[in-house]
Design a protein around this ligand. Structure first.
Ligand code: IPM
Ligand code: MG
Length: 357
């Protein structure tokens, strides 16, 4: 791609700034090799923006995000802002960013790295070979439905709403992704109870007719949660609504050994946001302890999906594998016999490995 891509960098709170720093230095390494053209512009976001501008997603950051080809984001939130009212919480800034950019498709790969098997909480025979992609609908459901609190504060409600086009567009993306993998898609719902799920199931089955090579199956969300622990290797691509996807993707992150390993992409038809799945981890923020690999792997996803540069993306993923092969581990993935390193050392090791390719 010859045009110069505009990347907005929102480091956010907690460990966000330090993991983003490492991802950007890794990106810089591949920039030369692949003659990538991009500009980076920083914006304030989350708690840091509440402190500086009184709101989590100020207008200048909104303008920056809308004028960019992709947003690269760290993490938001922390106990410091827990007391602020709901609309001003850092998380509401993230929801508003998703809405502003129309990011309806959230891709969350959960892959088991063979190097991390030793310290994974689940047994090797259960997680070996696991490589799942969760496709979470990101702009509907309870997150954005009507909600309210009664005047006496004693009752509250949140509503789940989905329309046919909202279901169709996310299922279509999942089918396309499944067609590029193992042709296996599991649509997760709660159709035995929820009306929205019955609509979801009907639309999913209908859309799948356009992809005869993909085998579509339907699973209730409670059963899916159980199957993810019992036999995760049965899954390839999973597509589901917003809140089910939120919950199942945290659960699936355990299959990879640590949340610190998992990248994500959120896409609209023209915009994109890349971020590590882990949160701001305020307890270890600023201590050079966070695992930067999820952020680094998010940069690889950005290269693949926004830059359309598969080779550069694959290089980064290979470098991460090589660093793990060499036994380097941040605290979250450390096990006996491995070398404990900090955020900076891990990032530098990936960058150095890239230079050796
Ligand atoms: C996630 C997070 C967010 C969500 C929060 C921070 C609003 O848990 O990205 O999974 O629930 O979507
Ligand atoms: Mg979540």
């Amino acid at each position: 791609m010859s045009e110069t891509l505009k990347i907005a960098v929102l480091r956010g709170d907690g460990v966000g700034p330090e993991v983003v720093e490492q991802a950007l230095s890794v990106l810089e390494k591949v920039k030369k090799k692949y003659a990538l053209k991009y500009t980076l512009r920083e914006g304030i976001f989350g708690g840091a923006a509440i402190d500086a501008a009184g709101e989590p997603f100020p207008q200048e950051t909104r303008d920056l995000a809308q004028a960019s080809d992709a947003v690269f984001f760290g993490a938001i939130g922390g106990p410091k802002w827990d007391g602020v009212k709901a609309e001003l919480r850092p998380e509401s800034g993230l929801l508003s960013l998703r809405k502003t950019l129309g990011l309806y498709a959230n891709l969350r790969p959960a892959k088991c790295w063979s190097q991390l098997m030793a310290q994974a909480p689940l047994k090797e025979r259960v997680i070996a070979g696991v490589d799942i992609l969760i496709v979470r609908e990101l702009l509907g459901g309870a997150y954005f439905g009507k909600k309210g609190l009664s005047s006496d504060g004693q009752a509250a409600y949140d509503t789940i709403e989905y329309s046919e086009p909202e279901v169709r567009r996310i299922v279509k993306i999942a089918l396309e992704l499944a067609a590029g993998r193992k042709n296996k898609l599991t649509s997760v719902d709660k159709a035995n109870v929820l009306e929205t799920s019955r609509l979801w199931r009907k639309v999913a089955a209908d859309e799948a007719k356009a992809f005869p090579q993909v085998s579509l199956s339907h699973l209730y969300v409670d059963n899916c949660a159980m199957q993810l622990c019992l036999n995760p290797a049965q899954f390839d691509v999973i597509v589901t609504e917003n809140m089910f996807g939120d919950i199942l993707s945290d659960q699936a992150s355990v299959l990879g050994g640590s949340m610190g390993m998992l990248p994500s992409a959120s896409l609209s038809d023209k915009a994109a946001l890349y971020e590590p799945i882990h949160g701001s981890a305020p307890d270890i923020a600023g201590q050079n302890k966070a695992n930067p690999l999820a952020a680094i792997l998010s940069a690889a996803m950005m290269l693949r999906l926004t830059f359309k540069n598969e080779s550069a993306a694959a290089d980064i993923e290979r470098a991460v594998g090589a660093v793990l092969d060499a036994g380097l581990r941040t605290a979250d993935i450390w096990s006996e016999g491995c070398k404990l390193v900090g955020t900076k050392e891990m990032g530098a090791a990936v960058a150095d490995t890239l230079s050796s390719f």
